[in-house]
Design a binder for this molecule. Structure first.
Ligand SMILES: Nc1ncnc2c1ncn2[C@@H]1O[C@H](COP(=O)(O)OP(=O)(O)O)[C@@H](O)[C@H]1O
Ligand SMILES: CSC[C@H]1O[C@H](OP(=O)(O)O)[C@H](O)[C@@H]1O
Length: 400
């Protein structure tokens, strides 16, 4: 991996992205083609291809692409993203793309092309199952968390990393879009008029708003571990025998349950959407059962792997004290259920929905499922302390 700094930032054209790859010698072939394939909310993504080789050039824009120049956004997110990928590669090299080059001035990360994989959201919408997904995400979340926690790092190193992954602008997006705006009558919200009575019911639910506020406070204040920060199914590439986590530009030190909570929320949303995507009742049941198993296996893998690392590699004297790990895992689980509830609500009525529900062309069905999602999200937030096992969580999803 090479790191270099250019004099000043400019958004790359296709030709400039291709020239960058050529000049760096990242592809040895001379005949290259390039296309911009970014379908996310924030950045440019170029695919530069020869006959036998290809790479991805991802560049941050100085604003949020989904909104435009009226929403300026720090270019530093490209540094955070490449540093987070490089950091994750120390502990889970098989679960992240290889970073080939970074340039913090151009806000560019050049990485391994994962086009042989499919974005998990797309594959799941097509009702496909991925046998490795749960285990890989559980391992990803457990290892990236444990090795950046106070149970492993020297306190000086932990605090140095917390500073280096300080990500206030991207955190603010999550603070607003996940934890605040959906619970108020805010202009960023986005829902059909047919859902207004349901949404107004959320806004007037004092208990819900109090609990969402408490979850936001956890997110704001608990610098426990280095998180991916945006671990939804659009940030995961899958194929039968491989899983790769991409797009950690929201990485920062936050509460241990956040990544798992976001992931299981997105699987739960896909579960609901299968009422439409998986038309034939027998197939639907099979697909939905697999999704619930994915949620259960993800949490169990996370819990087992984090516990193993805690017992075998912890440097903290209190790690051997009865109840410390158990207490931490209990709190993390409860938080994860609450964070999942917030993610389910924001992806239904906030800015930046999910295709799982939005691609449903029949508006009656779409609204019916969105109502279910809102009820599920609200009940998870309010009663998260009474959900004490992952099976209780999946029965809530099944019963939604
Ligand atoms: N390493 C990669 N290999 C192949 N395609 C990629 C890679 N990274 C991103 N992409 C493509 O670009 C899209 C947007 O990438 P993403 O990192 O999610 O951008 P954003 O930060 O704008 O959300 C992905 O959905 C995927 O189609
Ligand atoms: C205006 S940002 C909205 C939303 O977009 C990000 O997702 P992605 O980068 O994967 O497209 C993130 O989830 C933000 O909350």
């Amino acid at each position: 991996m090479t790191t270099a700094a250019k004099a000043e930032y400019k958004a790359l054209t296709n030709e400039e992205a291709e020239a960058l790859v050529k000049n760096l010698g990242l592809i040895s072939e001379t005949e290259l083609s390039v296309s911009e394939i970014g379908d996310g909310n924030l950045n440019l993504v170029f695919k530069v291809t020869g006959v036998n080789e290809s790479v991805i050039v991802k560049q941050a824009l100085p604003y949020a692409k989904v909104v435009g120049e009226s929403w300026p956004l720090t270019l530093d997110r490209a540094r955070i993203e490449s540093d987070a990928l490089i950091h994750a590669a120390k502990y889970v090299p098989h679960l992240v793309p290889k970073v080939l080059y970074t340039d913090s001035i151009l806000a560019v990360t050049i990485m391994e092309d994962l086009s042989s994989h499919t974005i998990a959201r797309k594959g799941l919408i097509e009702s496909n199952a991925y046998a490795l997904l749960a285990r890989d995400i559980g391992i990803f979340a457990a290892r990236t968390a444990f090795y950046t926690s106070d149970f492993y790092l020297h306190p000086f190193e932990k605090k140095r990393l917390v500073q280096s992954f300080s990500n206030p602008e991207l955190c603010k997006i999550t603070e607003d879009l996940v934890f605040t705006d959906p619970f108020f009558d805010h202009e960023t919200n986005d829902f059909p008029e047919e859902l207004r009575p349901d949404v107004e019911q959320l806004w007037s639910d004092a208990e819900l708003c109090r609990e969402a506020g408490l979850l936001k406070y956890q997110f704001l204040t608990q610098a426990e571990v280095l998180l991916h920060g945006d671990l939804h199914t659009g940030s995961i590439f899958v194929k039968e025998d491989s899983t790769k986590v991409i797009d950690p530009e929201f990485a920062f030190f936050g509460p241990l349950g956040f990544d798992i909570g976001q992931f299981i929320a997105n699987i739960a949303l896909n579960y609901l959407s299968q009422h439409h995507h998986s038309q034939e009742p027998f197939n639907r049941k099979e697909t939905q059962d697999k999704l619930l198993k994915t949620i259960e296996e993800t949490w169990k893998t996370f819990e087992n792997e984090f516990s193993r690392l805690f017992r075998e590699e912890s440097t903290e004297p209190f790690a051997g004290t009865d109840g410390v790990l158990e207490n931490l895992l209990e709190k993390t689980f409860t938080d994860a259920i609450g964070f999942a509830g917030c993610e389910i609500i924001r992806r239904t009525i906030g800015l930046a929905h999910v295709a799982d529900l939005d691609s449903i062309s029949c508006s009656d069905v779409q609204h019916y499922l969105k109502r279910k999602a809102l009820k599920l999200g609200a009940s998870l937030i309010k009663t998260r302390s009474s959900v004490t096992t992952i099976e209780q969580f999946t029965s809530r999803v099944r019963g939604a």
